[in-house]
Design a protein around this ligand. Structure first.
Ligand SMILES: NC(=O)c1ccc[n+]([C@@H]2O[C@H](COP(=O)([O-])OP(=O)(O)OC[C@H]3O[C@@H](n4cnc5c(N)ncnc54)[C@H](O)[C@@H]3O)[C@@H](O)[C@H]2O)c1
Length: 264
């Protein structure tokens, strides 16, 4: 498939989980894909998966909270693959579950990674896209940016990322740049937050399924497909949206409806 034959994508946080699925999906649709991640070995493993399938890929390690190191990493990506035409702000971190228990340092760290880190990537790449008169950004936010489901610092940062999406769409549309956000619900990955919950309850994903009208949590590829669409020309008139990819979680109170409405 050649939907992204002219795309050179940078996917942050693609050493694992959803980011890796996005990288694979875009590559299989023709994109050259650069990976930036804190985890150098994981990033290299993702790039190796892509090149093994015959796709163009490059991986480097950087911390998105460090503006200087990040800019150097983006330079290395562009030197290897050419100008980045698509930025997917995917890197994120949370392990602090509730407001009463979160420490000050954890609060600052989660806001720094989940909001400031994405801003740093935009700060590096928007002027380059503007100079070329084209570019696409997809920010991986979360349903947590619209409602509270735990992880307060992460959630506040994701709410900020949704608003930042609107800033970029509003200010940079005139330069041919589109910017949208994808808001996943629960996705079956092994991120820090899910590892903690799975240690407490190995059946956590199965128990969560009843909150979702579609009857299951998401797989990483469910998110990757939405990213691919928003990044493609099929979405050429879509900018500034926050698209839930949540199996209907935000549509209503599925457990309440199941217990009091459908069974009444
Ligand atoms: N898994 C879910 O249920 C879920 C739900 C909603 C939204 N999301 C969002 O999807 C995206 C991917 O989530 P995931 O579950 O695949 O997470 P993950 O933890 O598996 O992957 C995140 C990646 O980001 C990297 N990373 C973390 N901090 C970084 C930093 N400072 N600099 C560079 N890289 C850094 C990690 O090394 C990791 O490879 C995130 O934006 C997350 O908020 C996930």
């Amino acid at each position: 498939m050649t939907r992204h034959a002219k795309t050179t994508a940078l996917v942050t946080g693609a050493a694992h989980g959803i980011g890796r699925a996005i990288a694979l999906h875009l590559a299989r649709e023709g994109a050259a894909v650069a990976v930036i991640d804190l985890d150098a070995a994981g990033a290299a493993a993702t790039a190796a998966l892509l090149t093994a399938e015959g796709h163009r890929a490059f991986a480097t390690s950087a911390d998105i909270t460090d503006m200087t190191g990040l800019a150097m990493a983006v330079d290395a990506c562009e030197a290897a693959l050419g100008p980045i035409t698509l930025l997917v702000n995917n890197a994120a971190f949370t392990d602090a579950g509730n407001l009463g228990g979160i420490g000050l340092e954890a609060w600052h760290h989660e806001v720094d990674v989940n909001l400031n880190g994405s801003y740093h990537c935009l700060r590096v790449l928007l002027p380059r896209m503007q100079a070329r008169g084209a570019g696409v950004v997809v920010n991986i936010a979360s349903v947590n940016g619209l409602r509270y489901f735990g992880n307060p610092a992460y959630s506040a940062a994701k709410a900020g990322l949704i608003n930042l999406t609107q800033s970029v769409a509003s200010e940079y549309g005139r330069y041919g740049i589109r910017c949208n956000a994808v808001l996943p619900g629960s996705v079956r990955t092994e991120n820090a937050s899910w590892q903690i919950r799975q240690q407490k309850d190995p059946a956590v994903f199965e128990k969560l399924a009843r909150w979702y009208p579609l009857g299951r949590v998401a797989e990483p590829d469910d998110v990757a497909k939405a990213v691919s669409f928003l990044a493609s020309d099929d979405a050429s008139y879509i900018t500034g949206v926050a698209l839930p990819v949540d199996g209907g979680l935000l549509a209503g109170m599925n457990v309440m409806i199941g217990e009091f409405i459908l069974e009444s």
